[in-house]
Design a protein around this ligand. Structure first.
Ligand SMILES: Nc1ncnc2c1ncn2[C@@H]1O[C@H](COP(=O)(O)OP(=O)(O)O)[C@@H](O)[C@H]1O
Ligand SMILES: [Mg+2]
Length: 359
């Protein structure tokens, strides 16, 4: 392979990238890689990758695994340990460059997505603190609310003229608070998840049907299912809630009549999430909810999974935190990417195994 043709692309890549031989020796690096390692390409060529990254690091074992499996491997959220440098966090993608599997491309993504990942993990703790508050609030609000709404009904019965309208307004608004409390309480639901085999396509079909009967009546749907997708490991009701929330947001973001929501599934064997205690969880199931709407407001993009973040006048900001909470409880990942006209929510889930397997 000659690099001349692609030299400009290669040089412009914003992430450190390495071309390696199947013996883990470095064949070529780009400028970002030189920066990451603080060594020139000349000094790196023909040396083993383990000279520059800690030999026992997940990064080196990822490369070795890709060579062993002769397939591509993605590791999210791992420590990138450059020899002699402070530890950084990042994602690593390794894939073969040629069909004879003699050359690999390794790309390290030290920030950006990695931050987003760790953010989606910390969302779990945010979700937990809200959960406790939600349970307390729901309990404390319900009783006085029942009193207010009962009193308003009595007032309405005896009122005259304008007062009838006012009394009805009290009752309506009390009802709205009641619905909000219901939703918050749902968020605070702490029942443990019971993992079972779940057919994701059934779930998506149910979510789509519910949407078409209600909030997404004017939206067209397109589906792109991988027919051989294995069952996910999870709780069907909770996963239904996840995709309903994502589809509802998509439906609310698209313009009337021209809105398209695409539901896509695929299998990606190389995606792993590093977990505590040096374990990794395989997350090969990818489910994407894609819409052609306005996109997530730039100011909110890093925060949409946080509780009470909303750009809608009647929004609760609880839809995505609930998604995040449920997916985290499944050991999965949820991410979003958005520009005007294209917003993608990607959910990654583990496959059902009769006996839970951690890779
Ligand atoms: N598909 C989407 N397109 C554009 N913006 C979105 C999308 N999904 C979520 N958002 C943004 O994220 C915010 C939070 O969503 P969510 O937690 O479901 O709360 P809510 O829908 O009640 O506002 C929304 O108010 C919106 O600004
Ligand atoms: Mg929502």
């Amino acid at each position: 392979m000659t690099y001349n043709t692609y030299e400009n692309i290669w040089g412009a890549l914003p992430f450190p990238a390495f071309v390696l031989g199947s013996d883990c020796k470095i064949l070529h690096v780009n400028a970002s890689a030189e920066q990451l390692i603080a060594t020139s390409q000349k000094q790196m060529i023909s040396k083993d990758i383990a000279n520059f990254f800690h030999e026992n690091s997940i990064l080196v074992s990822t490369v070795k695994q890709a060579i062993k499996d002769t397939g591509s491997v993605t590791q999210y959220n791992i420590d990138v340990a450059v020899v002699g440098k402070p530890l950084i966090c990042g994602n690593v993608y390794v894939s073969f460059l040629n069909p004879t599997q003699t050359e690999l491309l390794m790309v390290v993504q030290p920030t950006g997505v990695a931050q987003k990942m760790s953010q989606s993990l910390t969302n779990l703790s945010a979700a937990r603190s809200v959960t406790a508050m939600a349970a307390m609030l729901a309990h404390e609000i319900r009783n006085p609310l029942a009193g207010i709404s009962g009193a308003a009904q009595l007032l309405a019965m005896n009122a005259k003229g304008e007062d009838i309208e006012l009394a009805e307004m009290i009752e309506q608004e009390a009802k709205r608070i009641g619905q909000l409390v219901d939703r918050v309480e749902h968020f605070g639901d702490q029942r443990p998840m019971e993992a079972k085999p779940v057919n994701i396509h059934d779930i998506l079909d149910r979510a789509q049907r519910a949407a078409m009967a209600g909030y997404a009546a004017d939206v067209s749907f397109s589906v792109e299912y991988d027919p051989s997708l294995p069952d996910a490991s999870g709780d069907a009701d909770q996963l239904l809630q996840v995709f309903q929330n994502l589809i509802k947001n998509a439906a609310e973001a698209v313009s009337k009549n021209r809105g398209v929501i695409k539901l896509r599934t695929s299998y990606n064997s190389g995606v792993k999430l590093a977990m505590q205690g040096n374990r990794t969880q395989n997350l090969p199931l990818l489910i994407e909810v894609i819409d052609n709407g306005i996109g997530i407001p730039e100011l909110l993009i890093g925060e949409v999974f946080d509780p009470f973040v909303t750009s809608k006048s009647n929004g609760t900001g609880l839809g995505l935190p609930l998604v995040s909470k449920i997916i985290a409880a499944h050991g999965g990942l949820v991410e979003c990417a958005s520009t005007t006209g294209k917003t993608v929510f990607s959910v990654r889930l583990p496959v059902w195994r009769a006996k839970k397997e951690f890779g």
